[in-house]
Design a protein around this ligand. Structure first.
Ligand code: C5P
Length: 260
């Protein structure tokens, strides 16, 4: 992690307000539905995650449209391919105005390092703020049984640990993991990297396709910087009230943390 262009994680964290910490995952089939949700969200939060569903249905133009409504964008690109191909993709993404990008740690050390280096180079050349690269460890929809089926004879938590180590050694700014793994990652790797956790559910929510879930309180208490929430908010009877509820829970948890 010895890297002169490494993001200053401490100052990023210090500047995080409560409403920066809840990222809404805009998993909807089209533009119409997207703007309906955004209108209800009413800019109560700062960042929207745009992922495969919206991109493949509406194209990359949706990013600019969302940005025009005043939000920052986490592009959940989930990049994974050979290093050369990903470097090319990163060149394309660097033309977009996004704050965060996701990449699969399973693409391996060289892919992660190349992506990070090329992103840095381009941003220095263009004198533009470098988007943060977040490494996806093991999808929160998988558990030990799935990994056994793949032929892995170690627990997913060991894989999350290994993938995090590889990601951090190759300049990745943040890790995407389940809320159940945050504590383990903080204990093993400290605080000089960001953590964002999907797999967040309120007690009354349906689990649906996720397997490694937990509450917003658990994620924040254990040291997550961001929680990523989709269906729990989008499918709730009142999007605006549910966002307020999440923000209240995050605030309460942070106030309990004597270190902040
Ligand atoms: O609706 P829900 O809150 O379960 O959505 C979670 C979001 O986070 C989805 O957009 C999914 O693609 C994303 N995600 C995830 N698990 C990961 C990485 C990203 O669920 N490991």
């Amino acid at each position: 992690m010895n890297d002169e262009y490494k993001s200053d994680i401490d100052s990023i964290r210090k500047n995080l307000k409560i409403n920066n910490r809840l990222i809404l995952s805009l998993d909807v089939p089209d533009k119409l539905k997207a703007f309906e949700v955004l209108k209800k969200a009413d800019n109560k939060i700062s960042t929207i995650k745009i992922g495969l569903e919206l991109i493949y249905n509406e194209g990359f133009e949706i990013i600019n449209l969302v940005k025009k409504t005043g939000y920052k964008v986490l592009l959940d690109a989930k990049l994974m391919d050979i290093p050369n191909t990903i470097s090319g993709a990163i060149k394309g993404i660097s033309k977009m105005d996004v704050e965060m990008i996701t990449i699969h740690t399973f693409g391996g050390a060289s892919m992660l390092k190349n992506a990070n280096n090329i992103l840095k180079e381009i941003c220095i050349q263009k004198n533009k703020k470098r988007p943060l690269l977040f490494g996806v460890t093991v999808l929160t929809s998988l558990d030990d049984n799935d990994l056994k089926d793949f032929g892995f004879n170690i627990k997913f938590s060991d894989i999350v640990l290994r993938m995090t180590k590889i990601a951090l050694n190759n300049g990745i700014d943040g890790i995407i993991c389940s809320p159940n793994e945050v504590k383990m990652l903080r204990e093993n790797f400290g605080n000089n990297f960001l953590i964002a956790t999907p797999g967040i559910r309120l007690a009354e929510d349906k689990v649906e396709d996720q397997k490694r879930i937990n509450t917003p309180e658990k994620a924040i208490a254990d040291g997550a910087d961001f929680i990523i929430v989709g269906r729990s908010i989008i499918n709730s009877p009142n999007v605006s009230d549910t966002i307020d509820l999440y923000l209240k829970k995050i605030k309460k948890e942070l106030l309990n943390d004597k270190s902040c």
